[in-house]
Design a protein around this ligand. Structure first.
Ligand SMILES: Nc1ncnc2c1ncn2[C@@H]1O[C@H](COP(=O)(O)OP(=O)(O)O)[C@@H](O)[C@H]1O
Ligand SMILES: [Mg+2]
Length: 323
């Protein structure tokens, strides 16, 4: 048995704002095996992106990692010096953002930027870099890849631009890709296509993938395991099929019931009442309690871990365990 590729323990990422300390990531722990696809879902503002940025060392002031450990292939990343982190980033760990503009420079051709990305990690001469770039574009389904190297980002459609960003992430065959809502801005048919391709690429190259999305349906068609995030915490985790068919946490149930694709036919779609809490001043206990139909006075204290190591949740009143 090989050790986990990624081991995150009690990660805490805080923003020091004028209004106080905002705990965007509040004690997150998980492991990821090589080649595994892990979905990270939750409503907007739950701390998914900040988790992703923390993993790749891109939390900027006023944010900082306030505690915990991130071990990547045995190496501790919390507190790692920036040059060492830059050496990993883009090479062994890559990130794909929701907006490809975060990756692509509008005034350079795709070929120029991909060559720069190759050379940033010491990859050969210009010709070799162009060949690698063209191969990477072809892998993500960009037709006529060699000719497209000389095009500028604005000459691509939104879907194609995101494919280019994914091709850049794939350049060095990283061991881990963190994809933060990379298809959210795209139309549904292109989303489905890119999802299927990313999954095939990840499985073929043994790349582990953390796929961040607010949409449990998107993640469920892609991931092996899923983690549900709420108020900076992982409130449920487990193999996708188990979480979908037998969720433990009322919040997960709520997410499922609000999905047209997964709802029970004939049943009305239900939105979760209320909205996500401010992470600035959370009351003690379960942060979901104010929105939860199952909540009781017990929920004013920290919820226990229920289920098991494979499929578990943080809840006083998990589903499938009586009222
Ligand atoms: N630069 C920042 N300064 C202050 N607060 C931030 C900053 N970035 C994110 N946050 C806060 O961290 C929390 C989690 O944000 P985020 O990880 O982006 O959520 P998600 O990706 O799940 O929508 C939010 O409350 C957000 O307002
Ligand atoms: Mg986000």
């Amino acid at each position: 048995m090989s050790a986990a590729l990624l081991e995150v323990r009690d990660l805490r990422t805080h923003f020091h704002t004028r209004a106080g300390v905002l705990k965007a990531v509040d004690g997150v722990s998980f492991t990821l095996a090589r080649g595994e696809i892990l979905g990270l879902v939750g409503e907007s503002g739950s701390g998914k992106s900040v988790t992703g940025f923390s993993l790749i060392g891109l939390v900027d002031p006023p944010g900082r990692i306030a505690g915990g450990s991130i071990r990547f292939d045995g190496q501790e990343l919390v507190g790692l010096a920036q040059p060492a982190m830059r050496g990993l980033r883009g090479k062994r760990i890559a990130m794909v953002f929701q907006d490809p503009a975060a990756t692509l420079n509008p005034v350079l051709t795709i070929g120029q930027q991909m060559a720069m990305a190759v050379q940033a990690h010491g990859g050969g001469g210009e010709r070799a870099a162009r060949e690698l770039a063209a191969r990477s574009l072809a892998r993500v389904g960009i037709p006529d890849a060699v000719a497209r190297l000389d095009a500028y980002p604005h000459e691509f459609s939104g879907g194609m631009r995101q494919r280019v960003a994914i091709a850049i992430a794939l350049l060095h065959q990283p061991e881990l890709i963190i994809a933060d809502e990379p298809t959210t801005a795209l139309d549904v048919s292109i989303q489905a296509q890119i999802l299927a391709e990313m999954k095939a690429l990840a499985k073929e190259s043994g790349t582990a993938l953390i796929w961040i999305s607010h949409d449990l349906a998107t993640v469920s068609s892609l991931a092996d395991r899923v983690m549900v995030m709420y108020a900076g915490r992982i409130v449920e985790r487990g193999p996708v099929a188990e979480v979908l068919h037998a969720p433990l946490h009322p919040y997960t149930r709520g997410l499922l019931d609000s999905l047209p694709a997964l709802a029970t036919p004939g049943q009305r779609l239900a939105q979760i009442p209320g909205s996500t809490p401010s992470l600035l001043s959370l009351a003690p206990g379960c942060p979901f309690a104010p929105r939860c139909a199952r909540a009781s006075t017990a929920c004013g204290t920290d919820p226990p871990q229920v289920g098991d190591a494979r499929h578990g949740a943080l809840c006083h009143h998990p589903l499938g365990a009586g009222p």
